[in-house]
Design a protein around this ligand. Structure first.
Ligand SMILES: [Zn+2]
Length: 344
């Protein structure tokens, strides 16, 4: 850790010492590789009206507001996405399902979703997916990026599931691969629910490692990923963080991804309406620091997506997502010689 301080020229680190000292040699590489820091991706049209629902789509706007309220993130650091194209979707989803989605049709493929379908809802999903694509691109060019939406990890190639129509994580990884931008990618999915759709998409793709740590006794029906850690009900901060620390090296050091897509769901928080773990807000922040800090120390770019979050008080979910954004921003600030990039 001493070397990291010297290289980055900072006396204070936002991350706790996470026993990653063996990766000190990577620090020169990471400082060189990440010249710019962190950007966020947001559209006001991430919001969509899904009626009375446990899924608070207002959270996107509220997280954006919270981020602006911090006062230290220049507006040009928050980029607007383009909607994902039909061609983007077809990199993961089937022709029949994409036709249903783009015509906002109730069919057996779309009706598996637990949210309604409308033009506005599909538009929001397309923007969220475009946001994750842009987020991955920015992560590769400057180290860290966070989409203030995304994480729809239950969507399968040929049908919707849960609250998920489009698997934005899978589409983004396939898009970057098709563009020749990404090599090996890892999905670190720490939503309280298993990333079953993502695991299914990449089940026979050796270039994508899907790691999911989730509550075992909960939705959904599990699909085998590259590494699944099913947690017992009611696990709290210390046990959770120990298990994360035990398994993360298999993802980062054995597979050695060139990009990590981090699904940072806020639903492992205690009392989440759809979750059964017992993390505190501080524990959730330490989770984020562990993932983002471990990647930073190894020179691995991180693209974050929000994922789930169903606290009784939506502000608790918003605060948790906001904290993830802060950890990402602070990781970007660690990089010496920060230059403002040309904003696309
Ligand atoms: Zn979830």
């Amino acid at each position: 850790m001493l070397v990291l301080v010297v290289v980055l020229g900072r006396s204070e680190l936002p991350f706790e010492d996470e026993d990653d000292d063996e990766h000190e040699d990577d620090e020169n590489m990471s400082a060189e590789r990440f010249p710019c820091g962190c950007t966020f991706v947001y559209s006001p049209d991430y919001y969509c009206d899904i009626g009375a629902h446990v899924f608070p789509t207002a959270k996107y706007r509220l997280v954006h507001q919270a981020l602006l309220g911090d006062g230290d993130i220049p507006p040009e650091r928050i980029l607007a996405p383009e909607a994902a194209s039909r061609e983007d979707l077809l990199l993961v989803h089937t022709e029949e399902y994409v036709q249903d989605l783009l015509a906002f049709r109730h069919t057996r493929r779309t009706q598996c979703s637990e949210v309604p379908i409308s033009e506005q809802i599909i538009r929001a999903n397309l923007l969220g997916t475009g946001g994750t694509i842009l987020c991955c691109r920015r992560a590769l060019s400057e180290g860290f990026s966070m989409n203030l939406a995304g994480g729809f990890h239950h969507a399968f190639p040929d049908h919707a599931e849960g609250f998920c129509y489009i698997n934005d994580i899978a589409v983004a990884i396939r898009r970057l691969r098709a563009d020749g931008l990404a090599g090996r990618a890892a999905v670190v999915d720490l939503d309280v629910h298993q990333g079953n759709g993502t695991a299914f998409v990449f089940r026979s793709d050796p270039t994508v490692f899907t790691f999911s740590m989730h509550q075992e006794n909960n939705y959904p029906v599990k699909q085998p990923g590259a590494l699944d850690v099913g947690l017992e009900d009611g696990i709290g901060d210390e046990e959770y963080l120990q298990l994360l620390a035990a398994h993360l090296p298999e993802v980062l050091d054995v597979f050695r991804p060139e990009l990590v897509v981090y699904q940072a769901g806020a639903d492992p928080l205690a009392d989440d309406q759809l979750g059964g773990l017992a993390l505190t807000p501080k524990g959730l922040r330490r989770r984020d620091e562990r993932v983002i800090g471990s990647c930073a120390r190894r020179g691995i770019p991180v693209a974050g997506v929000l994922g789930g979050g169903y606290a009784r008080n939506t502000q608790d979910t918003v605060r948790a997502h906001h904290e993830t954004c802060r950890v990402m921003w602070e990781a970007g600030k660690q990089i010496a010689d920060c230059r403002m990039p040309t904003v696309e």
